[in-house]
Design a protein around this ligand. Sequence first.
Ligand SMILES: Cc1cc2nc3c(=O)[nH]c(=O)nc-3n(C[C@H](O)[C@H](O)[C@H](O)COP(=O)(O)O)c2cc1C
Length: 191
Amino acid sequence: MNNAKVLAFAGSARRDSLNKKLSRVAAERAKQAGLDVSWIDLRDYPLPLYDGDLEAEHGIPDNARKLRALLDQHQGLIVVSPEYNSFITPLMKNTLDWISRRDGDVDGLASFRNKVALVMSASPGGFGGMRSLALIRQLLSHLGVTVLPEQLALPKAHEAFDDNGALKDEQLQNRLDGMVQRLAQVLRNWS
Ligand SMILES: Cc1cc2nc3c(=O)[nH]c(=O)nc-3n(C[C@H](O)[C@H](O)[C@H](O)COP(=O)(O)O)c2cc1C
């Protein structure tokens, strides 16, 4: 049987994004758990702020189409959500909004249905961005994604990674491993 395919990304375009670092670690550990993982950087898929007039005049932007095509090729998602003012980032919301739009005969929501996701967050603060987790969970669930109950909020994330980008805390690493193994197990039995 082929390994299940998982798309991993973070809701920050920042070069030194802590959430991107966490998404890279999660992607790496998911590979070791036997998943076939694609890691993407949303910086490579810039999109205008959603505007219904823009959509009516120019249609769905190419980058939204590319992201949708990527989604279609994967059964699993690892979504790492930074927290701005106790919320998900505008980049995360805008990206998911564009992908969810109908494109001619293509129902945007169809790309989200029947997917399984893990959600995580990272912040220099003491709560690790955990307030954004409830919101990204709500948004993905609304889009039709099954979001696994396991989640990780990484506090003091600016101190959490070593020079190779690995998590310094072994306990956290083990927790992350447990989460990606759970994702692999669910996807093995997913139709
Ligand atoms: C507008 C704004 C609001 C923020 N609000 C929060 C917040 O509510 N909670 C939090 O933990 N961090 C907050 N932060 C700090 C971010 O967690 C921090 O900048 C983090 O590094 C952003 O994620 P990134 O490193 O992946 O880019 C905020 C940052 C910005 C720019």
